[in-house]
Design a protein around this ligand. Structure first.
Ligand code: AMP
Ligand code: DBH
Length: 538
């Protein structure tokens, strides 16, 4: 059975097909159109795969899963880092119509349980090297949350659950097939603003368009050598144009486990990388490294640096071509759909000062006032959008969807933007209750709910505080029944099992939380308070 999701209204679907955005091909086409290409597609350390080998590996794994009864309409929970198997597994799942949630490697118990509870996976693919999967206790826990769970395959396992063994099984006569192009291909993760992390159903049709159009704008082709040093499971790394875009263009993807200069600079030189994608804090580290090492010689092959995920300051932007010796492209995207790019031939001023413009002529984007009415060009307002690759609802979340979309199906991202005469967008703030910690999004409510489970915590509020490197960090204001130390709070959250980036960077113990006239916690006041306190301490 197909996975239920909020479809595009029929007249829109018809228009997107007519205009050639939706081509009714499954995402497996990205790899299968290169099935006889012997060029290197993927490099992971000492291992490398040609397109032919990558496709064959995905075929074998798809057959192995088919043999175990997995089929179109099933779901999977996948957690792999930046390794070749992440790409092979995704294509294998697409080939047999199984829709995965690709959790980040930094995710822990809380996040994975929330995803499992929502999609009730029949399949789990993970890594024994992740602490959660070092033994089988957590797998039993997942099985309790998803009664349908029947297959577990693990990287770095040499027993019954070995992913490597499955990848080596012969195909025999197993037949598998992808889901239809207007069905769910996989779920993307929302940065979120609510207590439980929300999932975004993405279809073959909408996602394939976003990849093809990104490839066109970023001019990826068979000469592209892309370093993927941000989490490969993230929407940015997958589709803007990301590693799927590189595959579409028949280029080469080189994986790195993190964006540190010590790892990446030698890799760029050795692999003659010409394009990569970063978040702003990594850009700062790269600039610092070039200064310290006194040369950007290691980056000589790099032509294009994409920066997105969080706001890039104009000052940092201007330093990129000068000090790193490559062109900058700003990318303002979201796992929900809409992606904006500065164009390669844009005037440098535009590239330094805006977050780009929508990639599709049929992306409808406008700024709304507090009542949801359109504002004139140049006014600051909430980003509203709909288009051929922007979703129409979070998975199984009717109440949240009612608040996230207007009556005409426009999605409100919670970003505050200014749209210029030329259609270029500047991101000037945010209205959603979220912290953007250098591109990693933290839903305040999720962390607050976890904090409130502590026996001695009465009230908790998580707010952002400015940070030179990360852009924003998090500060938890806590009202306790007794004095609580910051280390205790962090240890408690770690024991509950939550991704490290969600741990409060700072904890403030207070007697009470300030309230707004309507009785909600006054987070604006709290942000001011922490800013003043830190200023006074300098
Ligand atoms: P997510 O929901 O995790 O996919 O994150 C998407 C959000 O990241 C957007 O709604 C923005 O708030 C933020 N974001 C992404 N790229 C940029 C950018 N280039 N500048 C500012 N904010 C960004
Ligand atoms: O932050 C994001 O989610 C993001 C940033 C740049 C994204 O999803 C994308 C490009 O596709």
């Amino acid at each position: 059975m197909a996975i239920a999701y909020n479809r595009w209204p029929a007249p829109f679907a018809a228009r997107y097909r007519e205009k050639g955005y939706w081509i009714d091909l499954p995402l497996t086409d990205i790899l299968e159109r290169q099935a006889n290409n012997d060029a290197i597609a993927l490099i992971d350390g000492e291992r490398q795969y040609s397109y032919r080998e990558l496709n064959a590996a995905a075929d074998r794994l798809a057959a192995a899963l088919g043999r175990r009864g997995l089929q179109a309409g099933d779901t999977a929970l996948v957690q792999l880092g930046n390794v070749a198997e992440l790409c092979i597994v995704l294509f294998a799942l697409l080939k047999c119509g199984v829709a995965p949630v690709n959790a980040l490697f930094s995710h822990q118990r809380t996040e994975l349980e929330a995803y499992a509870a929502q999609v009730e996976p029949r399949l789990v693919i993970a890594d024994r090297h992740h602490s959660l999967f070092a033994d089988d206790a957590f797998i039993s826990r997942l099985a309790a949350l998803s009664p349908a769970l029947s297959v577990v395959a693990l990287l770095h396992d040499d027993g019954e659950r070995s992913l490597a063994a499955m990848l080596a099984e012969p195909i025999d006569n197993v037949r598998v097939a992808p889901s239809a192009a207007d069905e769910v291909a996989f779920f993307q993760l929302s940065g979120g603003s609510t207590g439980t992390p929300k999932l975004i159903p993405r279809t073959h049709n909408d996602y394939y368009y976003s990849i093809r159009r990104s490839v066109e704008i970023c001019r990826f082709d068979d000469r592209t050598r892309f370093l993927c040093a941000i989490p490969a499971a993230h929407n940015y790394a997958m589709s803007s144009p990301g590693w799927l875009g590189v595959f579409y263009g028949a280029g080469c993807v080189v994986l790195a486990s993190d964006p540190s200069p010590t790892l990446c600079f030698p890799l760029i030189k050795a692999q003659q990388i010409n394009v990569t994608a970063l978040v702003p804090p990594a850009v700062s580290l790269w600039l610092q490294a070039v200064q310290e090492w006194g040369t950007s010689e290691a980056l000589a092959s790099l032509q294009l640096l994409q920066v997105g995920g969080a706001r890039l300051s104009e000052a940092l932007a201007r330093r990129i071509p000068r000090e790193l010796g490559c062109q900058l492209q700003q990318v303002f995207g979201m796992a929900e759909g809409l992606v904006n790019y500065t164009r390669l031939d844009d005037d440098p001023e535009r590239i330094f000062t805006t977050q780009g413009k929508p990639m599709c002529p049929d992306d409808e984007v406008w700024a709304a006032d507090e009542e949801g009415n359109p504002l004139p060009v140049g006014c600051e307002g909430r980003l509203m959008t709909r288009g051929p690759y922007t979703f129409h609802g979070y998975y199984r979340s009717p109440e949240h969807n009612a608040k996230s979309f207007d009556a005409n199906g426009f999605y409100c991202s919670g970003d505050l933007i200014v749209i210029g005469e030329d259609g270029y967008i500047r991101v000037v703030g945010r209205e959603k209750d979220q912290i953007n910690r250098g591109g990693e999004k933290i839903a305040s409510e999720e962390v607050e709910n976890l904090l409130l489970r502590h026996e001695a915590i009465l009230h908790a509020a998580l707010v952002s505080m400015e940070d030179e490197l990360m852009g924003e960090k998090s500060c938890a204001f806590i009202v306790g029944q007794r004095p609580i130390k910051a280390v205790e709070v962090r240890r408690y959250l770690r024991e509950l099992g939550v991704a490290d980036y969600k741990l409060p960077d700072r904890v403030e113990i207070v007697d009470e939380l300030p309230l707004t006239p309507v009785g909600k916690v006054d987070k604006k006041r709290l942000r001011q308070q922490i800013a003043e306190r830190r200023l006074a301490m300098k």
